[in-house]
Write a protein that binds this ligand. Sequence first.
Ligand SMILES: [Mg+2]
Length: 396
Amino acid sequence: MHIERFVERNRDSLDIRRHLARNALEGQICPDTADALRGILADIEAAVDEAGNLRVEIAGESVSTRADYERTELARDIVLAEDGIEALIGHICDEDPSISVQSQLVAERLAGRQFEVCFTDRDGTVNGYSNRYVTSIQPAHVALSLTRFAAAVCNHFVVLTAGPLADPGILDLSVMPSSQVVYAASKGREVVFPDGSEKAEFLGPDQRNALRELALAIEKLYGSNRFASFRYVGSGLQSKFGECSVAYQDWQSNCPPELSLAFRAEIEAQIRRIDPDGRTFHVEDGGRDLEISTLDASATAYDKGTGLLFVAEHAGINLKGRSVLVCGDTISDVPMVRRVVEAGARLEVVFVTTDPALQAQLRDVAPQTLFVDRYEALVLGMYLAVTEETHEYMVV
Ligand SMILES: [Mg+2]
């Protein structure tokens, strides 16, 4: 299977999943969408070998990678379409019993609460990790749970992501109805509100030009046979507002280490060429991606905490004394928690992490933080928190 075909088949699922989510929100099953999703899954499975590796063709070469996210989530949405949400919850809890226990903890923490606003990160927090951003389409079951939660108990529901807004960005991957959600992309520097209006931070011409030049240099690297496959590794190149990120490894480490390091070195060389004095770019190595952000006049890099305040200001959200829920999964999400504490909000925090260092950091800022191991526990917990029925398969 050619990589472009793989991307296209996943994109085919977007409108099908939007249709499915709408029906599921009304409590209806949707057998026609089950068939359509089954067709997409069958096409992908045909390119998967016995060990579960996906063989794809990139620049004339056969490359082995994993498509666990895409396959798992398609299979789950097929259950949702055919048998409904209750059956799917049973299916997910059967996969890993800890999800059942932890989602119950989340539900207990959130049940009966009303939030002025929920700020949540996307990838790893309310969505699984894919090896490729372009195929990390939001599953319909996730859209259903988040929409139920947002509509029932949140005045504002904000997805605040480091990823870009579009082309491709969060708007191209989202399945939940846009009327229920504020999309804050590029760490909150570009925002789309539920009524469709948009707002973006200021960005100077020098910063714009430097980012454009860097993007062109990376495109040139993708054009070489040696580095062609990196276009489809992780987030690939993401040109965002005021910054960009370039992946040199995916989260399951499918790229040969030597090649991965060689690609990273080439990018670093381009950064030094464009910004020899280090006055324009701030570079952070996330272990799989280089995040290159432009510095503002005070030479500080933008973080999600700054983005959160930008969103709050333009959405007319007053944080002081109000109930605010913050959800995240990495260190880049901690500034959101800090800003909400500083603003004097009544804070609730759920983090998806098993990292002891990150947990310790959060306990310093917000001792009440609830930790879960997997994103499913958070999403399912949100659904259960606003759903009346008792769930006899839940182990408490
Ligand atoms: Mg994340």
